[in-house]
Ligand binder design. Sequence first.
Ligand SMILES: CC(C)(COP(=O)(O)OP(=O)(O)OC[C@H]1O[C@@H](n2cnc3c(N)ncnc32)[C@H](O)[C@@H]1OP(=O)(O)O)[C@@H](O)C(=O)NCCC(=O)NCCS
Length: 155
Amino acid sequence: MLIRDYRPADAAPLTRLFHDTIHSTGLREYSQAQVAAWSPSPPDAERWHARMSTRHTFVAEKDGGILGFAELEENGHFDMLYVAKEAIGTGVGGALCDAVETRARALGIARLFTEASKIARPVFERKGYSLIAVQSVTLNGVTLTNYRMEKPIAL
Ligand SMILES: CC(C)(COP(=O)(O)OP(=O)(O)OC[C@H]1O[C@@H](n2cnc3c(N)ncnc32)[C@H](O)[C@@H]1OP(=O)(O)O)[C@@H](O)C(=O)NCCC(=O)NCCS
């Protein structure tokens, strides 16, 4: 597996991966109504490109196929961590977390913070993040629980 920086041609496959993962793996911890609110339809690839190209976006790839992605903002916000349903539990998410942390260290970011899903919470705990707050967020009129977590980065 290779972790590389985002390229414009990734935008469309990443929007599909996001939607498909939420509607498969997301159901492990969230209801049908909640996953439908989380991702009502695959996001618009142009809008996603506009966001991803201005952040540190990492793509996990194997044999030319995309396995997952993650995003880092320069204020330390770890936004987005999604792995293709076929690759869940095979180390892709952990490798993306490591890539984010390595880049954060290179950028001099002293603290990473995220809003982890119920599925991602144990993964972030395994990577040394602490729970700061349990949050209720309302998306498209439906309430979901997520977890504010953070990790200091030794520079
Ligand atoms: C969360 C997600 C990205 C994790 O990706 P993944 O590729 O399955 O994670 P990995 O296999 O790399 O696991 C990373 C580590 O967490 C551990 N882990 C994973 N799930 C765990 C669980 N339920 N309990 C305890 N540990 C767990 C793994 O053992 C691994 O530890 P290791 O590095 O010591 O072996 C993936 O499940 C996903 O896409 N979920 C749906 C979308 C989602 O909720 N995204 C998060 C939005 S904030």
